[in-house]
Design a protein. Structure first.
Lengths: 290, 283
């Protein structure tokens, strides 16, 4: 059972998959509740464009790709806020595909590329280096710190962004900070899951957790646990079933989602059968008048 | 009628002042040349047709619209979006009822900018519970917001507005979509808060069931048409300028009410048509 742990590269991959899963689960809560699930998919494509530009300009990959992703996220926010009739999914589609196309255009223009972008596209978890691990760890720690410090402001901004600003929450700053940690998350997770599977890692854990709780703080904890658990189990199982680690992690997450669906369906059916289905509670008589 | 006894209104220190304000969104003007003084301790209803600018006026007080001309002051100070001085209750139809938050979490959002720890201070939690107790929703504190009735949901969002002890309360259609008993409960609660010194400004479409009971009404349609007690403001002329339709006014047990059937007047007898209400004299 512990045979895979004898390989250094596998242990690094296991740590990376678990941390990346937890990180995606954490950030995914806000993404899903803002109804911007597509942003994970789109921004990972945009970051791909940034990665190519960084390479062409001989710039540090992590810094260049993160800045590019951050700029793209800000551009999406600005587009939807300034032109209310442009829905978030449309803005994501425009900004991120344009960025991706720029990356593809640069690759075809500079045909002298020696670097393979396959890892960025499809993930190469077994090729995770010590530096990659440090990058994931730093982004995870920073994201956790920012989420904890901004927790109540982020919650209000996510729940009701317009009213939050009337209560003194600097929603534009909160959004900008969130865009920054989202871009960082996507850049460091690209190496693990690849552009194509990152959206699933961001969306499935919070949606699965949402089936299990109605409480925001519990949702956060559950989503992180599910993301980390799927990363760990998916990675470990990939050794035995001999399939791509990234794909296996997402498949495990999909199974967890189906299990949660079945559980919540059963729970609702049982509650309805016993007459315990949630319904408006009666107000205590006269309480309003004291 | 609310305000069965006179309470103190501080005319010398207006809670809200509009001085020749023209405002709107982007390049669109929603309200023109608004001059309005709302005294501290007042209880004001904003009435007018849909799109008249009632919500815009509330948002202007919050600093959320573009002011093209004039000045708005809240508590004697120019409005500052970063330092809000009002509790705001939005229209419930804007709320995402599937969002995973409990009643307690919603109420505590009113203290979201209070410190940097992920949890609220004990004092804030105690304050939230005291307010929920007062609003009659304390037993529902851990319930999901979707699992409440319309009136309970309204009270949860009122709790969010009250948890920071505001001296100015702005409510957008607080009685929309609730039953008569809940509407009365909400109005009496607002009246009670008003008697404790909170200035209340609310929008409403219910000119008889709600606005007629308020001490002061502002009629709006792209600007301020008239303001005053309902007995003075509810006249066929003012209502026509506000709603663009003939509306009959009648008096019943000391209250001034409006016959909310303008189409009947238009199609039936037109001007001069008497609204027949048994035992009530029309005008």
């Amino acid at each position: 059972m512990f045979e895979p742990l004898e390989y250094q590269f596998f242990v690094r991959g296991l740590i990376a998959a678990t941390t990346a899963g937890a990180l995606c689960g954490l950030i995914g809560v806000y993404i899903v509740l803002r109804r911007m699930s597509y942003i994970g998919h789109g921004l990972s494509h945009a970051v791909f464009g940034g990665a190519v530009v960084s390479y062409v300009m001989s710039f540090n990959f992590y810094v260049g790709a993160s800045l590019w992703g951050f700029g793209s996220a800000l551009l999406i926010n600005a587009t939807t806020k300034r032109r209310k009739f442009i829905a978030p999914d449309a803005a994501i589609g425009i900004v991120t595909t344009a960025s991706f196309a720029l990356g593809v255009a640069l690759i075809s223009r500079y045909r002298t590329f020696t670097r393979s972008f396959d890892a960025a596209l499809f993930g190469n978890i077994l090729g995770v280096t010590r530096n990659d691990l440090i990058a994931i760890g730093v982004v995870a720690a920073l994201t956790l710190a920012i989420v904890l410090v901004m927790y109540r402001r982020l919650l209000f901004t996510t729940f009701d962004p317009e009213v939050a600003q009337f209560y003194g929450v600097p929603t534009e700053w909160v959004d900008a900070l969130f865009s920054l940690i989202l871009a960082g998350t996507i850049v460091v997770c690209m190496q693990v899951l690849g552009v194509t599977l990152i959206a699933a890692a961001i969306v499935i854990p919070p949606v699965t957790a949402r089936l299990l709780t109605d409480n925001f703080s519990r949702l956060m904890i559950l989503s992180v646990a599910i993301g980390a658990g799927c990363g760990l189990v998916g990675m470990y199982a990939s050794y035995y079933v001999d399939v791509s680690s990234g794909a296996n992690i997402v498949l495990v997450a999909a199974i967890a989602f189906m299990a949660a669906m079945a559980y919540s369906g059963l729970r609702n059916r049982l509650a309805t059968g016993r007459g315990l289905a949630p319904k408006p509670a009666a107000a205590p008589d006269g309480a309003i008048f004291e | 009628m609310l305000h069965p006894f006179p309470h103190e209104i501080d005319q010398a220190h207006p809670a809200v002042e509009f001085r020749g304000v023209t405002c709107g969104y982007g390049s669109t003007i929603a309200l023109s040349d608004v001059s309005l003084n709302i005294a501290a301790g007042d209880f004001v209803g904003l009435v007018g047709p849909s799109g008249a600018g009632k919500t815009t006026l509330l948002r202007a007080i919050l600093g959320a619209v573009d002011v093209f001309r004039g000045e708005i002051r809240v508590g004697g100070q120019p409005i500052d979006r970063r330092r809000p001085r009002a509790g705001y209750v939005p229209q419930l139809e804007t709320i995402d009822w599937n969002f995973p938050v409990t009643v307690e979490q919603v109420v505590l959002m009113g203290r979201a900018t209070d410190g940097w720890l992920p949890w609220n201070r004990r004092e804030a939690v105690e304050q939230a519970h005291a307010i929920m107790e007062r609003l009659g929703i304390a037993p529902l504190a851990r319930r999901h917001i979707r699992a409440l009735s319309g009136g309970q949901q309204q009270r949860a969002f009122l709790g969010r507005a009250l948890v920071s002890n505001p001296q100015l309360l702005l409510l957008d259609e607080p009685t929309a979509g609730v039953d008569i008993k809940t509407r009365d409960d909400i109005l009496h609660l607002l009246d009670q808060l008003n008697h404790e010194g909170v200035t209340v400004i609310m929008t409403t479409h219910e000119i008889n069931a709600v606005a007629a009971h308020l001490p002061w009404v502002v009629c709006i349609n792209g600007g301020v048409i008239a303001e005053g007690p309902p007995s003075e403001v509810y006249t066929p002329e003012i209502l026509k300028r506000t709603y663009g339709a003939e509306m009959a006014v009648f008096h019943y047990e000391g209250m001034t009410l409006v016959a909310e059937t303008p189409h009947l007047l238009g199609r039936g007898g037109g001007r001069g048509h008497k609204v027949k209400v048994p035992g009530i004299g029309g005008s």
